[in-house]
Design a protein around this ligand. Sequence first.
Ligand SMILES: *Cc1c(COP(=O)(O)O)cnc(C)c1O
Length: 499
Amino acid sequence: MYYESTRGGLKSVLSAEAIKMGIAPDGGLFVPEKSIKLSLDQISSMIDMNYNERATYILKHYLTDYSHDELEECVNNAYSQKKFENPKIAPVKRLNENVNVLELWHGPTCAFKDMALQILPWFLTKAVKKTGDKAKIVILVATSGDTGKAALEGFKDVEGTKIIVFYPQDGVSEVQKMQMITQEGQNVYSIGVEGNFDDAQSGVKDIFGDTGLLEKMKDINYKFSSANSINWGRLVPQIVYYFSAYADIVKEGEIKVGDKVNFVVPTGNFGNILAAYYALEMGLPVNKLICASNDNNVLTDFINTHIYDKNREFIKTVSPSMDILISSNLERLLFELTDHNSGLVNMWMKELKSEGKYCVDTKTGKKISDLFWAGFSNENETLKTIECIFREYNYVVDTHTAVAIDVYDKYVISTGDMTKTVIVSTASPFKFNDSVARAILGEQFVNGKSEFELLNDLSKECSINIPKPLKDLDKKDIKHKSFCTKSDMILQVKKIIGI
Ligand SMILES: *Cc1c(COP(=O)(O)O)cnc(C)c1O
């Protein structure tokens, strides 16, 4: 399988090269040149496989320049019982007759980013070797919370790599900060930046673009790379769990092979739901992909009006991992839906950059309406949903998952569709325990308590166990005390690399 850039500047790249580059030199994203189709028989064959076997089965269709053994090794290193608390890796939980929840947060950082960031380092280090590259890789990450920790865990002690994460000093939750400053490993660095996420992100972009630094790096055989969700190596492992969830509910007797299901995905950068689209294109029987947003509802408007317009206020919500106004991975969907028309994609991306807005053509718009349904959940609705689900099912969901459930309710009211549905659950409720406790236990209960007290309260009051990675987090040694201003980020990087 070869890959090409959505902007048309590069074609016929093998997956190892695409994963190593992360983003194409013309600014586009890598996508597979051809589509892959699985028959219902092939899908049936996954029913009796475990998660790792399903993963190898799907990945080998896309990463054809990796051998079967190499892929198996990547998969088994990533999805091991040592790293994931649930033996099924991505278990499906039945909520009621129509609704199942796909829990993607049993990994080491308690959010779904682990599903991709546990395996990306293995893809990447193998890619470097395969392409005859001798360089050591330095991963630079700017994070608003979840990605940073997941990337640190993924790259921890991976040979031939260093990882440096910049987080906004005062822009992450207590739990998220503690997760990053207690990170163990020989090759990991987490550094607080004075300012907000945008400061950290633009600082990282400046470092990536500093040609003087890049030259010096080359001299001592170092290379920068990115662990962002624009990397194909982060997207492809996400296709796996859609097939896995389907296989599991067939196995449970909820549906027969060939029956269609809906997936509801809480969406930010459009990576997770794009993986669902690829699964559908490959032949997974899907009725609708339901795109759930919070008050930052750019995607809701886009899917309903076919106009993407980021000219609006950025709202900080209780589901912060979805607070985003430019969903990068949408570019891949547009390229696919226009039958790989890079001319159109270039035009729209140029308009997005200059006007903050673009409108797709009628044909593409119709395809979007056929595939997707979209809605959003406001702050009150999200918290109310957490409370209702707990009262009705004695099941605790985090804020992002609650957004998905609320949007699903709106979908059913609007369409009357009773197709079996899978809600994609993206974080452990303990990771966003302040909002979850507020919703279930009430404002008064929560006021004045730290997030660490609330971990225990939530566990006691709702009778659920604190995931191991979050337990006693406040008692762990603090290993990373550095912080810096935005302009000093580059000095920090130089110091770490030794130039
Ligand atoms: C990153 C994230 C999302 C959004 O996923 P995208 O792939 O960016 O759409 C949703 N929920 C949680 C908890 C996340 O960490």
